[in-house]
Design a protein around this ligand. Structure first.
Ligand code: ZN
Length: 464
């Protein structure tokens, strides 16, 4: 059989890996949106293979760079099912619906800018394609082997990262030989807030491993609640200030709300109001509550003891105009958690704009911000910043923390690979990493004696 890397190859988005068996059977692992360099609509509207020739799609987790192009695959002729875990199915439904709304909004704003072209593609897919995608989802439990046919079986292993995220063990019988191929999907780091630890897949022949932070070391070694409290104390207890935290709607928002709930229970949030403002975050939080049995032991115990995970008296979930007014007129110390994480789009932009000239405010960047995003520009410490084409002076402080990072760092990835019996692996393929970082990670692994490592470029195919 062969494996072809059609996405997340020397980049971090557009995850899409194709296994073609000798029999001609085609298995696609993830089908994510590609949004690096170039026109997102053009990049995602066609496939380098015939979608109708794919027999089965496996989805590792709900993030849009892994799931977001499934509706296009269906629009272009894919007629099969999409296998995933139950929480992933619940999250991906909301994310895909949101993806259509984002595309429609972007299309509208392009129209307003006078650049609208009647012949140009405006959106990748419609809610109807999303509905069909949702209908095709088939859910499986973790660690329960599912025999697809005589030749192929699939097992999901917990990957950490976000609720429901799975690594996928693909077992294929060819010429009476069993080949065991493991796709990590995106991994979480050990002892993350709310999610479980990643579990390496056993006895692999081949490992396709994510490398997002392969050239980075997380700075923080203290527990998340201590790290977050440090910022809360400085900004909201010792001074009557405001902490604005940009957070992704799925995973990061819930990890931060849970940690704030822990601080509340510990009596460390007295007099501090918490606002959360993210429509997608609200529905994602509900999915986390429904599937809390998939979260880590700390969260499950907390939920039992305190009758829930995310709700506490100091918290106001902004859902109506009057909630927005309550935030606007609140003068005491407060925390705002809002999406999107990189301060690009979403309601966070407005909160940043409203608070950026307040010297008593700190904008706490709690995740990765890609080059060129507003979050990245804030972290560079610029004295003025352009928001919605207006240049504004920055008087607020900007701080950052990687304590809520959803990916392992270099040492975490090395540990994961070692725990996957790297000496027995015939080949490790590194994917899902920026080009420079992934090269650095390969070099680092070679210094540790892990030599059987390949970094595929987009379109590279290997006989395995
Ligand atoms: Zn992810």
């Amino acid at each position: 059989m062969n494996i072809t890397f059609w996405g997340a190859a020397r980049q971090v988005t557009g995850s899409m890996h194709l296994l073609t068996f000798d029999s001609g059977y085609k298995l696609l692992i993830d089908c994510g949106l590609h949004y690096e360099r170039g026109d997102a609509l053009e990049l995602n509207d066609s496939f380098p293979f015939d979608p109708s020739s794919i027999n089965l799609v496996i989805l590792t987790h709900a993030h849009i760079d892994h799931s977001g192009n499934i509706p296009t695959l269906i629009k272009r002729g894919y007629t099969g099912q999409v296998l995933c875990t139950e929480p992933t199915a619940a999250l991906v439904e909301n994310l895909l619906r949101d993806s259509v709304n984002v595309q429609l909004a972007e299309s509208k704003s392009r129209g307003k800018g006078g650049k609208k072209n009647a012949n140009k593609l405006e959106v990748l897919y419609s809610q109807t394609h999303v509905n069909t995608a949702i209908d095709r989802l088939v859910c499986f439990q973790f660690k329960s082997k599912f025999q697809i046919n005589d030749q192929l079986s699939i097992t999901f292993y917990p990957a950490g990262h976000i609720l429901g995220a799975a690594s996928v063990l693909v077992e294929v019988v060819e010429d009476n030989v069993i080949k065991r191929i493991g796709f990590t999907g995106d991994l979480g780091k050990l002892n993350s807030k709310i999610v479980v630890n990643p579990e390496p897949m056993p006895n692999l022949d081949y490992l396709i491993c994510e490398s997002t932070y392969g050239n980075r070391l997380h700075a923080i070694t203290i527990p998340a609640e201590d790290e977050l409290y440090k910022h809360v104390k400085k900004n909201c207890i010792d001074s009557p200030g405001r902490l604005v935290i940009p957070a992704f709607s799925v995973g990061r928002t819930q990890a931060i709300l849970f940690t704030l709930n822990q601080l509340f229970v510990a009596g460390k949030l007295d007099g501090v109001k918490v606002f959360t403002d993210s429509p997608l975050g609200i529905v994602s939080t509900k999915v986390h509550e429904k599937y809390q049995m998939y979260l880590n032991e700390e969260s499950i115990q907390f939920a039992e003891l305190h009758n829930g995970l995310f709700d506490f008296p100091n918290l106001l979930v902004i859902q109506s105009e009057s909630d927005q007014k309550a935030l606007a007129y609140h003068n005491g110390p407060s925390i705002i958690v809002s999406s999107a994480g990189m301060v690009e789009g979403g309601r966070i932009q407005q909160h940043v704009r409203d608070n950026i000239q307040n010297p008593l405010c700190t904008i706490l960047i709690a995740g990765y911000c890609a080059d060129g995003t507003l979050g990245h520009r804030l972290m560079q410490g610029q004295s003025t910043i352009k928001i919605k084409s207006k240049e504004i002076a920055v008087y607020a402080r900007v701080a950052s923390t990687d304590v809520f990072s959803a990916h392992p760092d270099r040492d975490g990835l090395h540990q994961y690979i070692s725990d996957s019996n790297s000496s027995q692996l015939k080949q490790i393929f590194l994917v899902h990493g920026e080009s420079d970082g992934i090269d650095e990670f390969q070099n680092y692994l070679s210094t540790k004696g892990v030599l059987n490592v390949t970094i595929p470029s987009k379109g590279d195919s290997f006989l395995i």
